[in-house]
Design a protein around this ligand. Structure first.
Ligand code: G6P
Length: 613
């Protein structure tokens, strides 16, 4: 999604801003821009496409000088992908420039009002309307300086925003604000780096001011103050940025996605460390302790998420019913929030999200909380919005995920949902022995993933056999039905091959019509309760000429007589198996994208974190 970087200090802003934009590239965007103020006033450069195009444009212009500046990567919402629509947007009267993440919902009525007052617009964006409103209210001769104009404008807008604003008439001031979209102000020495994501800050600052919704920060080289939009002074909240630069750099890997696939064993060890007490058969989750009683007595759990997180939440639904014996259901957050859901007494809602910022998931959480549910978060990004708004929760601890196609966050989410299920199960009716046995197996999962990673070369060879095919099916049952969905999602996201994931039995009810000679059909066919049923489904595909690629348990010879190709994984307890069976599917998608010549880490149209509905 859109990314913000802004700088005020004593260094040249342009190189710092470009470096910051590059760190945000992973979020997904389609145009970029930069503005700075110097002795010649406000200067702006914009380009459609990659940050590299913006750099080329800056070179043509001879660079933009100045030590105060704002920069942006835009992911189009209102208005097409054009240079004009890219941020920063500027006004016509005062040399005010603005960058903005989020959506101004009442932009149309504000625009009409401003047009009636004689303002002319150059773009179709909601952001230009906000910039123009600030400009319209700006009246320094009557005490309305940039800070006050921003506050006044924000009192008029509905929607979500994170903004940074500069003005050539106040060349030593930057004003930032947020509501509903993330924004951090990194504190350097005599300088501030503002960004929508800590990865653009950590090379320069280890501490940051976090802004609450409806707060405004006024930054100068000498200091800052934070206020509400009504100009009530706030005491700032400063947080330590815990990310390491190494964690967000590629190292020896060619792509972030590959790096993160290979990081999974270590990431999961970190996720599980200190949380499994095998002696007592108890899971230790500090974030849930205060609510243990309520969780034990809960009557129903609703899991809600989008994208990959939805697939792990679906596995959570199986785990909670199977292990903790609590009625559970999983639903797209975008559907849940609008369907007038019934929330009975003693319900728990679990929001699952890597970023902790997904707009739909956040809105579903609000809806469930308003209706009386206890709220939990299963989140990766520490300090993001969802964990700040839930009653309790568990962080994944898998480290920053940069690849747009989510991998280690998925296995981390499943591991955490397994622990939450055991946390509740053991306090309800599961014996210490049964719980300890599952914990011991859970601890072995990172080793099993390591073993799967050694088969990478074979996975690449098998992928090469089928990569020219444009339609794929992914089928699984029980715990591995969501894994099939995730395998299909990975393939579409980065290779742009059409793929569908579904329960293996559902294939007979329509999708079987698609199967023709040589169509690749991936079955998750590891040993488990429904193994024989999966074999029958494989026969049905073979009878229609489909080519079967099976993910199966090591030592299974029978499967070799049915499948064209077999990707073996170690034997694993069925309820833990998705964390292992998904790994060959992640690698398959990765190799397919590479073989088709696509940019694995910057898939077209996708954003890492979707902060709009
Ligand atoms: C976007 C990403 C997906 C991700 C989904 C949910 O669509 O491209 O990879 O699964 O958002 O994101 P979240 O941060 O809530 O897990």
């Amino acid at each position: 999604m859109c990314g913000i970087v802004a700088y005020i200090g004593n260094k040249p802003a342009q190189p710092l801003l470009i470096e910051g934009l590059k760190r945000l590239e992973y979020r997904g965007y389609d145009s970029a821009g930069l503005a700075a103020i110097n002795g010649n006033g406000l200067q702006i450069a914009k380009a459609v496409g990659r940050v590299a195009n913006l750099e080329a444009e800056l070179e043509t212009l001879g660079g933009i000088h100045g030590s105060i500046g704002i920069a942006h990567t835009r992911w189009a919402t209102h208005g097409g992908v054009t240079k004009e629509n890219a941020h920063p947007h500027r006004d016509h009267d005062h040399g005010i420039a603005l960058i903005h993440n989020g959506i101004i919902e009442n932009y149309a009525s504000l625009r009409k009002l401003l047009e009636e007052k004689g303002h002319q617009f150059d773009t179709e964006t909601d952001t230009e309307v906000l910039g123009m409103l600030i400009s319209h209210l700006y009246d320094p001769d009557n005490g309305v300086d940039l800070e006050k104009a921003v506050q006044a404008a924000l009192r008029e807008v509905r929607g979500a925003y994170a903004i940074a604003v500069i003005c050539e008439k106040e060349p030593d001031v930057m004003v930032c604000a947020r509501k509903g979209s993330p924004l951090l102000v990194g504190i350097g020495s005599g300088e501030y780096i503002v960004a929508s994501d800590p990865s653009a800050i950590i090379a320069h600052a280890s501490q940051a001011i976090t802004l609450d919704d409806y707060s405004v920060a006024r930054l100068t080289r000498d200091g800052f103050r934070t206020t509400t939009v009504d100009n009530v002074e706030l005491s700032p909240k400063v947080m330590q940025l815990e990310m390491d630069l190494e964690e967000i750099e590629l190292g020896s890997f060619e792509h972030y996605m590959l790096k993160e696939i290979y990081e999974q064993p270590e990431a999961l060890r970190r996720c599980l460390r200190g949380r499994l007490d095998e002696n007592e058969g108890k899971v230790v989750l500090g974030g849930l302790n205060a609510y243990a009683q309520e969780l034990v007595k809960s009557r129903r759990v609703i899991l809600t998420a989008q994208g990959t997180a939805l697939h792990s939440a679906m596995i959570g639904e199986y785990l909670l019913e199977d292990l903790a014996k609590i009625p559970a259901e999983c639903e797209y957050a975008s559907e849940f929030r609008y369907r007038n859901p019934l929330i009975e007494d003693r319900s728990v809602v679990v929001a699952v999200s890597q970023s902790g910022e997904t707009a739909d998931t956040l809105a579903a959480l609000h809806e469930a909380k308003d209706r009386g549910a206890l709220s939990l978060g299963v989140i990766n990004v520490v300090g993001s919005t969802i964990p700040r708004e839930t009653d309790a929760g568990v962080y994944l601890r898998v480290g920053p995920e940069i690849g747009v196609a989510s991998t280690k966050a998925f296995t981390g989410q499943v591991a955490v949902l397994t622990m939450i299920s055991l946390f509740m199960a053991r306090r309800r009716m599961m014996s210490p022995e049964a719980s300890a046995r599952l914990m011991a197996e859970l601890k072995r999962v990172p080793d099993m993933i390591e073993q799967v990673l050694t088969t990478d070369k074979r996975i690449a060879e098998i992928t090469a056999k089928y990569v020219h095919r444009d339609n794929w099916l992914f089928l699984g049952r029980g715990y591995n039905y969501p894994t099939a969905m995730e395998g299909a999602l990975k393939l579409k996201e980065i290779s742009y091959i059409h793929a569908e994931g579904m329960p293996a039995a559902e294939m007979k009810h329509g999708p079987i019509a698609l199967i023709d000679e040589g169509m690749p059909v991936v079955f998750i066919a590891n040993q488990g309760n429904q193994y024989d049923k999966v074999l029958s489904n494989i026969e049905e595909v073979r009878a229609r000429g489909g080519h079967v690629i099976a993910v199966a348990t090591e030592g299974d010879k029978q499967i070799e007589t049915l499948a064209e190709d077999v990707l073996y994984v170690p034997a694993v307890e069925e309820c833990l198996s998705p964390m292992v069976t998904v790994v060959p599917l992640q690698l398959l998608a990765y190799h397919a994208a590479l073989l088709r010549g696509h940019d694995v880490d910057k898939p077209r149209n996708l954003a890492k974190s979707v902060t709009v509905e």
